[in-house]
Design a protein around this ligand. Sequence first.
Ligand SMILES: C[S@@+](CC[C@H](N)C(=O)[O-])C[C@H]1O[C@@H](n2cnc3c(N)ncnc32)[C@H](O)[C@@H]1O
Length: 312
Amino acid sequence: MFQVNWDLGSAPPKRQEPKENKKRKSQSEKAKSETPKNKESKAQQSSIKKQKQEGNGKEKPVTENKQSSAQQGDKKLANENSLTSLQQKMKGKLDGAKFRWINEQLYTTQSEDAVKLFRDSPDMFDVYHAGFRHQIENWPENPVDVFIRFLKERYDKKKRSVSVVDLGCGEAKIASTFEASKHIMVRSFDLVSANRFIEAADISNLPLEDGTVDVAIFCLSLMGTNWQSFLREAYRVLKPQTGQLWVAEIKSRFSDKSGKVFAEELPKMGFENTSLALGNKMFTLFEFVKKPRSQEPQSLPPILSACIYKRR
Ligand SMILES: C[S@@+](CC[C@H](N)C(=O)[O-])C[C@H]1O[C@@H](n2cnc3c(N)ncnc32)[C@H](O)[C@@H]1O
């Protein structure tokens, strides 16, 4: 159902080369049969015709006959260069369209649909992440770097051990940063095991024991219409009383455009807000701690909407 043939209807238009080549060939055959004198007189005629036309304000004619082969070569090279840049531009547009399409699927469907989508076409993961990198390259800061800083300062430098799960880890930057750390143990989960750090799993159903994790991170990964089930799953795997939930989300996704409402609502799921950083213009950072729950977690109102990127 989700198999996508990227080539369908999106392939760049075919180059008109055969026709061009044919034209060039017939011109060169014609040129071969002409004497230099003939050529010169033709060029002169062409030039006179051109001047007349320019005088009449008409469009500049194509007067290839009067060009030297070096000039023709230069022109061909220029044509090829312009075709290449055109193709590059088209490729950029096509990649952007693919990224936006995948992004929309991830935000507007249940995670089980996302699992099927990436299982059927795992190459979409790279397409998505190339587009995602492009999207955030102009952000003043990448939230994943903030979480890396937190981990360095609070655990690595203080030689305190911590077990971390990076949920919806993308390219697993956190795990690769702390690969050699003696104190920070990271497990990274995403839909595709695109590199050696990533374990493929739906983050609404983690292959982890109850109450075993110190820090659960969702960095821009509360995607999927069932994002509340991701939070319930994080609650399950976090250690009682001390387990921490760190979340970074795009400001524009929140119903109040800041995220304060998110911090206020999460106690209904058993998370108490301990820190809220609203300073960054693109995203808000939250820290929560797991609290005992006397009842089943309540559903939250629709406080988080999809992040749909517009065509640029
Ligand atoms: C916007 S990217 C952010 C990646 C990374 N956390 C970062 O900040 O660089 C969100 C990631 O969440 C993943 N994701 C979304 N829904 C998921 C699910 N149900 N299970 C696992 N990963 C999921 C996507 O595949 C994507 O890699």
